[in-house]
Design a binder for this molecule. Structure first.
Ligand code: GDP
Ligand code: MG
Ligand code: ZN
Length: 339
């Protein structure tokens, strides 16, 4: 941590991903506040990275740390280290809080979301689609990372099945244990850029964080062999955190996002299933559900093999779940998209 008796520098650290988008949000009276990036979110504390290093922030009373995400930009009093305010996010990955419709930010200002899956029983198109919907919705570019291809009989099958999940989707095979993983992922990393990792437990996320951090670094993340549950079977409170990448840029591991419930992601789902969504205007009925109606362009695409029935089923299921998890907007209109 930085020496609390010294004022912190006011220069926004460009290497941390500071952009004109954030600069433009600073009001004239905020010129003597220091921009910093949230690096760690705990139940009762926040730490941030400044030009001078890590800073434990002083929080105003009634601050809810759950409103902040790793990757957020905040303005801080350089003398007292008191948090002043959070700047608007360029992108945000939000997950639904278990048992409620509330969305909680898990990572902010992420450029690329690496959706990690191994080439084994973990591979599941429906689950990958959830992560893609989340990335699309938050304005983040998704890339699928296939791990453990070295242990699979035929990695190409997984590659093909991943590539067909979204038009133009990048799919990369990578072994997180090898140093060359950093070179393979370099096109998405680099100075000022931020990537985040999501995926099931055991697919290699923490190993990848360590590899990206580079040799000679204290291993930032515990991997595989270490128990991920405490004696009661709950997840240990592994905090989400921001780690420097050796070749420049930042990586966020998101241990809280193993199971994913989609809510408020209608646009992200539409983009994910664009081959279905784009056909809808060609259906005879404007409100076609693509289930049983005559003159349905989507059913025609299924009949000629362009779209698989499984894909249509997954689209419908995700859309239904999203609807159930999305708070109805306030106002007399009621249901979202109605009228
Ligand atoms: N053989 C092989 N092992 C891997 C690969 N990726 C990860 N592992 C191993 O899988 C285990 C779980 O990795 P970990 O990073 O802890 O997964 P996490 O739960 O996603 O953070 C570790 O023992 C890794 O060394 C891979 O591509 N090939
Ligand atoms: Mg891990
Ligand atoms: Zn239709």
């Amino acid at each position: 941590m930085t020496d609390p008796s010294h004022p912190l520098p006011l220069t926004p650290p460009a290497s941390l991903g500071w952009l004109p988008f954030f600069e433009e949000q600073r009001e004239p009276h905020e010129a003597d506040l220091a921009p910093m990036r949230i690096a760690l979110v705990h139940r009762s504390r926040l730490s941030a990275l400044s030009e001078a290093g890590p800073v434990a922030l002083a929080l105003p009373v009634h601050t809810n740390t759950g409103d902040f995400a790793v990757g957020d930009w905040v303005l801080v009093d350089p003398r007292t280290r008191m948090l002043h305010r959070r700047l608007d996010r360029r992108t945000v990955l939000e997950r639904r809080v278990e048992g409620s419709r509330t969305l909680q930010p898990a990572a902010a200002n992420v450029d690329t979301l690496f959706v990690v899956t191994s080439c084994n029983a973990d591979f599941n198109q429906a689950r990958l689609e959830r992560y893609l919907a989340l990335a699309n919705q938050g304005g983040t570019n998704p890339v699928i990372l296939l791990t453990k291809a070295d242990m699979a009989a035929d990695g190409d099958i997984y590659r093909r099945q991943a590539a067909e999940l979204q038009r133009g989707l990048d799919v990369v095979t990578v072994n997180p244990r090898l140093p060359e993983a950093a070179r393979i992922l370099a096109p998405w990393c680099g100075v000022g850029r931020t990537v985040a990792l999501v995926g099931s437990s055991g697919v290699g996320k923490s190993t990848l964080v360590n590899t990206l951090a580079g040799p000679g670094q204290a291993r930032p993340q515990e991997t595989g062999a270490i128990r991920e549950h405490d004696a009661k079977g709950r997840h240990t409170t592994t905090a989400r955190s921001l780690h420097a990448i050796a070749g420049g840029g930042w990586v966020i591991d998101t241990p809280g996002m193993r199971t994913l419930h989609v809510g408020g992601a209608e646009d992200g789902i539409a983009r994910l299933f664009s081959e279905i969504t784009e056909l809808a205007p060609s259906c005879r009925f404007r409100d076609c559900t693509h289930a049983h109606e005559p003159g349905c362009a989507v059913q025609a695409a299924i009949a000629d093999g362009t779209i698989t029935p499984e894909r249509l089923t997954r689209w419908r299921k995700l859309l239904d779940e999203n609807h159930d998890n999305t708070p109805a907007p306030a106002g007399p209109r009621g249901r979202r998209g109605g009228g």
